[in-house]
Write a protein that binds this ligand. Structure first.
Ligand code: SF4
Length: 431
């Protein structure tokens, strides 16, 4: 029996792939181990869509090589740099595997590296070994993206948009709930486009939600990465009227200046973005809003930047992530004129973060006294880290710390009241 360890880098979409990869390695031929030292082979599932992720992938490969095990590298880094990987800089990598077309042969290929044995190929995104606590589960509903935002490498790395079959998604959701799952987090590069490529024109994101929501035993559904123009009135209404839906919208708006949005090849304008945010805030006043922005995009003037500052002051997102523009060779924006110097990009990022710290504190203070149903997420020494509508499980949003005398297990559903606010964290009591 060969022992396999896996290192998953990057986003939660990659984590879903990692879990599906682990599920390929079945006993009696294989055993999954956590400790790299104990393993016979290490698989690294890389990210590679921006330069820091590329650096992390390279560092991780070098660190893993120190263990002198069979070393296999898969994921976005491989897909992006596939043609250049015959590089003597990586002599310790035994195998580079491209995703999609070659993942399913991983056990076979790894066996071949040991002994040449053959294992039947099978790769199924809905057959996974969860790497997280099993009270929540990420479910990928689509692969790839057709939007070709001018800064983004994802469409080149992950390919064109494909909706996964609705029946398979629903069957998998039922399976995770039957196995104790209480929360489902729907993800994809572009989840609001769900169904657009399927033959049945009735199938869309709300149609899918209508089939998942009634699953008995399921307590919460959350969606991440919603493209603004894909947030329909029907979707807002569904979130508003269904108790199982997290009152949480994660909408990466990227920018608000019409000029920059156009250069970014985004479909939204400032007016259409504001319209959707206004609608959500009006229909669901207690909504938790999250967004991500890019500053220092080529040609971003101080006027564009000031407009962005006004925008975030106006909409007061509960959670906001800001990235400096990263010049990635294969993207259209890499060839744009007027690239902003790195120090200026960092200065703009820090300015946004300072503004957001104040907004986040204001928003958190407004939550004091509010009650939520929350899951016990982690057990710390004397208290619990919990998750409610306020925070997604990807560790980007702030923490909610529950102070209670009662004893709980991870995944327990409890009623909490927010007692105290900090800039990014909240303290709660149990009701
Ligand atoms: S929608 Fe997201 S994944 Fe698709 S191209 Fe734009 S930034 Fe990239």
């Amino acid at each position: 029996m060969k022992k396999i360890a896996l290192i998953s880098l990057g986003c939660v979409k990659n984590q879903v792939d990692s879990e599906a990869i682990l599920a390929l390695f079945k006993e009696p031929d294989f055993k999954i181990v956590d400790n790299l030292e104990d393993s016979d082979a290490i698989i690294i599932n890389t990210c590679g869509f921006i330069e820091p992720a590329v650096r992390e992938a390279i560092d991780t490969i070098y660190e893993a090589a120190e263990y002198n095990k069979i070393l296999v590298v898969v994921g976005c880094f491989v897909e992006r740099f596939y043609k250049e990987l015959d590089d003597p800089a990586f002599p310790h990598v035994d195998l580079w595997v491209r995703f999609k077309d070659e993942y399913k042969y991983l056990p076979q290929m790894i066996q071949a590296l040991f002994s040449g044995e053959k294992v039947a190929p099978k790769f199924d995104i809905f057959d996974r070994i969860p790497s997280e606590s099993n009270y929540f589960s990420y479910i990928k509903i689509s692969e790839g993206c057709d939007n070709f935002c001018s800064f983004c490498t994802i469409p080149f790395i992950r390919g064109r948009f494909v909706s996964l079959p609705e029946d398979d998604i629903v069957a998998y959701a039922k399976k995770v709930v039957a196995e104790g799952g209480k929360e489902i987090v729907l993800i994809g590069q572009d989840p609001t486009s769900y169904g657009k490529d399927l033959k049945d024109e009735n199938i869309n994101l709300v149609h899918l939600l209508k089939r998942i929501e009634p699953i008995e035993g399921l307590e919460k559904i959350r969606m991440l990465y919603l493209y603004p123009d894909g947030i329909t009135d029907e979707l807002i209404e569904f979130v508003k009227t269904h108790k199982k839906m997290s009152r949480y919208f994660d909408i990466p708006v990227q920018h608000c200046s019409d000029r920059i949005l156009k250069l970014m090849n985004r479909r939204d304008t400032k007016a259409s973005t504001e319209e959707v945010l206004n609608k959500i805030k009006k229909e669901i006043p207690d909504v938790i809003l999250r967004t991500t922005l890019i500053v220092g995009f080529p040609g971003e003037t101080l006027d564009d930047f000031n407009e962005l500052k006004e925008f975030i002051n106006k909409y007061k997102f509960n959670h906001l992530g800001v990235f400096t523009y990263s010049k990635e060779e294969e993207t259209k924006s890499a060839k744009f004129p007027n690239h902003i110097p790195e120090e200026e990009k960092i200065r703009r990022k820090e300015e946004i973060m300072q503004i957001q710290a104040r907004i986040s504190y204001e928003q958190n203070k407004a939550l004091v006294g509010k009650e939520f149903n929350a899951f016990i997420h982690k057990i710390n020494n004397n208290d619990y880290s919990v998750r409610c509508d306020y925070n997604a499980p990807d560790d980007i949003d702030g923490n909610v710390i529950l102070k209670t005398d009662k004893v709980h297990q991870v995944g327990d559903l409890v009623k909490i009241k927010i007692e105290k606010a900090f800039v990014y964290d909240l303290i709660a009591s149990e009701l």
